[in-house]
Each structure stands twice: as C-alpha cells, then as structure tokens.
Ligand binder design. Structure first.
Ligand SMILES: [Zn+2]
Length: 146
C-alpha cells in the first residue's frame, strides 16, 4: 500500500474527497501484517468512527484493491482477508486453523505469456492452501517434517 500522502494525492487527482472514513481505514491498514478480514477492520475502526457502515468500509477496501494498493484473498474460513503488503510475496494458508503465513513468491507470476503481451499487471495474488504442521500433528499424521 502506498503512503497516506500518496493515497491522498490519488484521491484528489481523481476529483475525490479525502473523507475521514477513507483516512481512518487507510491508517488502520497501514503496516498491518495480520491479514485482517473486513469484519476485523470494522471492529478496529468502529470506536473511532461509530457511524461507519460495512458498505462504506467495503467500498474503501475495494477502491484500494482496484488501485493495486491492497490484496484480497480467501483463507477458506468464509471471510475475505486483506493484505496492505503488496510487495512480491505469496501466502501459505492452513485450511484447518486458517492461519496465514507470508512466504517468498514464485518467479512464474512475473512472466506474462506472449499471447497476452501488453497486459499491465498492477498486482498479483499467489496463495497456497494446505495444512500446517500443528494441524497435521493434531490430526495424528506421523512424521511431519519441517
Ligand atoms: Zn493449521
């Protein structure tokens, strides 16, 4: 995610207003490494902005996703998760405990095939789904290697 100052410029360049909702949501996301859900973000921002509706929150989040400033992904727990870290990385997601770890991305995502040359990649998502070592041990899987 770009800085608050840069996002402010983006909104103004588009003729929009930097509302208190936008600012509070951007600040809530800034530097967040916990892959929060919209519900968790709403809980976080509500004390500061009791009038914030889920619809407004979603629209601000979707706007950031469209600008390439926020990633969204499914963690298999019925909620969409968001990640303001748009640097090149992938997520490892446990389908049982739904914990998420950031890992190094594969190089493949950067190579756009020739037949779609000219496609401008703003952002990409790379998620790996499976079971973490804790959940595998809890399920009685023996010989869980690192
Ligand atoms: Zn797990």
């Amino acid at each position: 995610m770009r800085s608050i100052e840069e996002l402010t410029d983006v909104v103004r360049a588009r003729g929009g207003k930097v509302t208190s909702q936008r600012l509070l949501i951007w600040r809530a996301l800034e530097g967040d490494r916990t892959h929060p859900t919209a519900e968790a973000l709403l809980e976080r921002v509500k004390p500061l902005l009791p009038s914030l509706s889920p619809a407004t929150l979603y629209s601000v989040l979707n706007e950031l996703v469209e600008w390439g400033d926020l990633r969204r992904f499914d963690a298999g727990d019925g909620s969409i998760h968001f990640d303001p870290d748009t640097s090149d990385h992938a997520e490892l997601i446990c389908l049982r405990c739904h914990r998420v770890w950031d890992v190094r991305a594969s190089a493949a995502a950067r190579d756009v095939p020739e037949e779609i040359a000219g496609f401008r990649v703003l952002n990409h998502a790379e998620q790996y789904y499976g079971y973490c070592a804790d959940c595998r041990r809890a399920a009685g899987e023996t010989a869980v290697s690192a």
